[in-house]
Design a protein around this ligand. Structure first.
Ligand SMILES: *[C@@H]1O[C@H](CO)[C@@H](O)[C@H](O)[C@H]1NC(C)=O
Ligand SMILES: *[C@@H]1O[C@H](CO)[C@@H](O)[C@H](O)[C@H]1NC(C)=O
Ligand SMILES: *[C@@H]1O[C@H](CO)[C@@H](O)[C@H](O)[C@H]1NC(C)=O
Ligand SMILES: *[C@@H]1O[C@H](CO)[C@@H](O)[C@H](O)[C@H]1NC(C)=O
Ligand SMILES: *[C@@H]1O[C@H](CO)[C@@H](O)[C@H](O)[C@H]1NC(C)=O
Ligand SMILES: *[C@@H]1O[C@H](CO)[C@@H](O)[C@H](O)[C@H]1NC(C)=O
Ligand SMILES: *[C@@H]1O[C@H](CO)[C@@H](O)[C@H](O)[C@H]1NC(C)=O
Ligand SMILES: *[C@@H]1O[C@H](CO)[C@@H](O)[C@H](O)[C@H]1NC(C)=O
Ligand SMILES: *[C@@H]1O[C@H](CO)[C@@H](O)[C@H](O)[C@H]1NC(C)=O
Length: 750
């Protein structure tokens, strides 16, 4: 793409005119239906720069995809090659809801075992509705519109006349965000039971061509690692069978043209709004189309539907950008910030916090904790978080093999309950500020230790499969949150604490995967139960800032973000590892949703020693910034830097939580990773710029900014003023010194 800068003249400006002509939205959009255009049984969902088009095949009743890509104004009918050989037409077309058993040999979106045992299905178009706005998805997290025109919806009703099963495909479009959302609702209209064995939320066949696929893989302490590979013939995919979204893979897929980069080229992004086991399948078929689908993991489904019952899939969001992978990320960030996160804190600046864990672990009593809170206040911290170790009496939580499930303050540590400590802590004033300290508390509500009163009372509440041994991870078992009595127990336990003490923040941890399950469907039933718990608690305690955590980023997914506006990104706080994890995580997740803390050196995970400024600058790129250390262990030099760091954090945090992110240099490509955050209106920005390795007798390249208005002038860190054109086309240069040096630069429209 040609960049549109004012100083371009002559030949280049001709190209620009052509480019802008092509990019101008011209598709007819009926204002009353937003981006949904229906002509007979031809459907189009149009965004400002995207079209998603499909139609009903008159002969077969099948839904055929015509286009998912840049904005177009009509469909050019596809010429299917003459059908010869084993693959009939059904296997040679681009299908919206590929069913099973009638000659489409590619991976199906749905597999249903009928009453009679057959798994063939034949879904045909029955009718459709256009709906204003976007209906809620009962019991599941979902994107939502805020005002008229944000979103509109098309529901296509499909029906299998042989099995009497209905499938409603609900498509919504957020035109300003170039986002298409889909979910599927299966209803058993027959007389016997059926079993849903596989259900994808979204399935699309992209045209003949070559694509690369991008995903986020990882493990504990190295989440969010970007992987890019060529999509080849056959199936390739990934998913989670852990019961949760997991550290191992994330419910996110991007398909890109082979020459697409961070800032240029066609990119599609897909994201499943779900917290449980998921599956992503990508298949390039014999005809060269690429099928991509995201949905519930078939290994954890087998969902029974009695007559009249329905199963609704989670929803999946698809976005498209011609501005590279960064373009797709920014669409997701805006969508998630404004149309997914329900917390009132979603776009609010977050308080600088100090968490007790890496400083004290289990080794504390009430006065030790109060001292730590005092030291935190003296540093200028605004939120003090008491981590693990505060609960359990019969089985005190003073070690990690006891007490989970017993959510009462430990009487040895807190003889009069948490109340007096919370009162004392919240009476402290943060240094050089009129703000009182806020108090936060750690929970792991879905887990139970066999060494607990809860487990001795309710052994059946732990997930188990008959007499198979209940395997422990970190000495824990998982409660069966599918059971209403377990949901009610969790709601009551947290309500008791949150209702009796002024707790402003909850860190909701989850430190193991699910093993033995009574049946496959328990996995999804667990999620429905968990979402009920989240919804109830966030409605009851709207002023509590909830942070998700699962041994770090083991449950960093869009489903969680509906309820919790932030997630602890990784237990690995090593700043070098964090660059990769945070840049990777930001492919999908807005920076506002990332928790990032400064911890002590040598780092407890990697043993690496990195200067405080670099560690702080890395952590400042996350929306929730804080410290995870004992201030008493800080050197005088480091301690002296902290007030300045907190001042900077408070100055830039509003831009981090609400701004657009431009990844300028990637850590895998450059010794000088850099990221620019710009407020949505473009008036303010903050640039992060890092040198990883020291270089000798070698200049650092100019760093070219992106996303600015070329004609506007910007003040750089309160001193020099340059045009956007200069900053984007020539760039800035800084002198670095030694290993792990870093700069934070404030940009303001003059
Ligand atoms: C609607 O479809 C018909 C038949 O395909 C076509 O002739 C007509 O031009 C279409 N109308 C619009 C407004 O696109
Ligand atoms: C699914 O379909 C059933 C039957 O038509 C309906 O009662 C239910 O509301 C639908 N659910 C959703 C989420 O659309
Ligand atoms: C659906 O099946 C019924 C009998 O089960 C039959 O009468 C009807 O013609 C079928 N409709 C279609 C569209 O195939
Ligand atoms: C049939 O479905 C109903 C309703 O979900 C359920 O109660 C019943 O146990 C199922 N029967 C069998 C044999 O699976
Ligand atoms: C709390 O622990 C500190 C040492 O960490 C000790 O000096 C103090 O006496 C203890 N306080 C109580 C009430 O046990
Ligand atoms: C229960 O606690 C005891 C005593 O600390 C310990 O030896 C045992 O391993 C614990 N049991 C489990 C299942 O963690
Ligand atoms: C406060 O705690 C008591 C005792 O645990 C409990 O009975 C009560 O319901 C709690 N209050 C609130 C508002 O949750
Ligand atoms: C408080 O302000 C004083 C004077 O500006 C400054 O010297 C000190 O470092 C500040 N302390 C903190 C913790 O911000
Ligand atoms: C820019 O200004 C901020 C805050 O005033 C300061 O912390 C930072 O060091 C400055 N950056 C550079 C590169 O001078």
């Amino acid at each position: 793409m040609t960049s549109r800068l004012p100083s371009n003249k002559g030949l280049v400006s001709g190209l620009i005119a052509l480019a802008s002509l092509l990019a101008t939205p011209t598709a007819a959009q009926d204002a009353s239906t937003g981006g949904v255009v229906v002509n007979g049984t031809n459907f189009a969902l149009n965004g400002d720069h995207v079209s998603y088009r499909f139609h009903v095949d008159e002969e077969t009743g099948d839904l055929i995809n015509d286009h998912f890509g840049g904005l177009v104004t009509e469909t050019v009918p596809m010429l299917t090659p003459k059908s010869q050989g084993w693959v009939e037409d059904i296997g040679r077309v681009k299908r919206e809801f590929p069913d099973l058993g009638r000659g489409d040999f590619r991976v199906p979106a749905v597999r249903i075992q009928q009453t009679a045992g057959y798994t063939v299905s034949d879904f045909r178009y029955r009718s459709h509705d256009v709906v204003k706005g976007k209906p809620a998805l009962p019991g599941l997290p979902a994107t939502f519109g805020r005002e008229d025109g944000d979103v509109s919806t098309l529901v296509v009703h499909m029906y299998d006349n042989y099995s009497s099963v209905a499938a409603d495909l609900t498509y919504s479009v957020f035109p300003k965000l170039d986002a298409i959302v889909r979910s599927v609702n299966i209803t058993n209209e027959g007389k016997g039971n059926i079993t849903i064995e596989r259900l994808a939320s979204f399935s699309v066949d992209l045209p003949y061509g070559d694509y690369d696929m991008i995903e986020l893989k990882g493990d504990w302490a190295r989440e969010g690692m970007k992987v890019r590979r060529k999509v080849d013939y056959g199936t390739q995919g990934f998913g989670s069978t852990t019961g949760y979204s997991s550290h191992l893979h994330n419910p996110f897929l991007s398909l890109v043209a082979p020459d697409t980069t961070e800032s240029r080229g066609e990119a599609w992004g897909f994201s499943l709004i779900y917290t449980g086991s998921f599956a992503v399948d990508v298949e390039k078929g014999s005809q060269g189309f690429t099928r991509a689908m995201l949905g519930l993991n078939p290994y954890h489904l087998s969902w029974n539907l009695g007559p009249g019952e329905s199963l609704t899939s989670p929803e999946c969001v698809a976005t498209y950008s011609e501005k590279g992978i960064g373009g797709v990320s920014r669409l997701f960030h805006r969508l998630f910030r404004n149309h997914l996160m329900k917390s009132k804190f979603a776009v609010e600046p977050r308080p600088v916090l100090l968490n007790s864990w890496e400083g004290l672990f289990f080794d504390y009593n009430e006065s030790r904790i109060y001292n730590l809170a005092q030291e935190s206040a003296e540093l200028g911290v605004k939120l003090f978080v008491l981590d693990d170790g505060w609960f359990g009496n019969e089985y005190p939580r003073v070690i990690d093999n006891a007490g989970l499930g017993d959510w009462q303050a430990n009487k040895d540590r807190f003889p009069n309950g948490l109340g007096p400590l919370v009162d004392q802590v919240t009476a402290l004033t943060a240094a050089n500020s009129s703000d009182k300290l806020q108090f936060g508390l750690w929970f792991e509500p879905e887990m139970v230790n066999p060494n607990s009163t809860l487990y001795k009372t309710h052994p059946d509440w732990a997930l188990h499969a008959g007499d198979y041994p209940r395997t422990l991870t970190r000495s824990e078992l998982v409660l069966n949150v599918a059971l209403p009595e377990v949901q009610d127990f969790i709601i009551a336990s947290l309500s008791d604490i949150l209702g009796n003490a002024s707790v402003s923040y909850v860190k909701w941890d989850n430190n193991r995967a699910i093993h033995e399950m009574p049946r496959d469907g328990t996995a999804h039933a667990y999620m429905l139960g968990l979402y009920r718990v989240f919804e109830t608690l966030m409605t009851r305690f709207p002023d509590v800032l909830f942070e998700g955590c699962a041994s770090g980023g083991g449950r960093f997914d869009p489903g969680i973000l509906q309820y919790f506006p932030q997630v602890w990104t990784s237990d690995d706080t090593d700043a070098l590892q964090r660059i990769y994890t945070q840049f990777g995580t930001s492919l999908l997740y807005p920076p506002s949703s990332m928790g990032a803390h400064v911890s002590v050196v040598p780092n407890q995970q990697t043993g690496r020693t990195i200067p405080l400024q670099f560690r702080a600058h890395i952590a400042l790129m996350g929306g929730s910034f804080g410290f995870e250390l004992d201030p008493a262990e800080l050197s005088d030099a480091d301690r002296a830097q902290i007030p300045g760091i907190i001042k900077l954090a408070e100055e830039i945090n509003p831009i981090i939580v609400k701004g657009d992110l431009w990844r300028l240099n990637l850590p895998e490509d450059s010794n000088w990773p850099a990221a620019l955050y710009l407020s949505e209106d473009g008036s303010k920005g903050v640039l992060f710029y890092f040198q990883v390795r020291s270089t000798y007798n070698q200049p650092t390249p100019y760093l070219r900014l992106q996303g600015l208005d070329p004609a506007a002038r910007y003040t750089v860190n309160g001193t020099d003023t340059y045009s956007g054109a200069t900053l984007m086309r020539m760039g800035l240069q800084y002198r670095f010194q030694g290993e792990y040096d870093s700069k934070v630069v404030l940009i303001e429209k003059a």
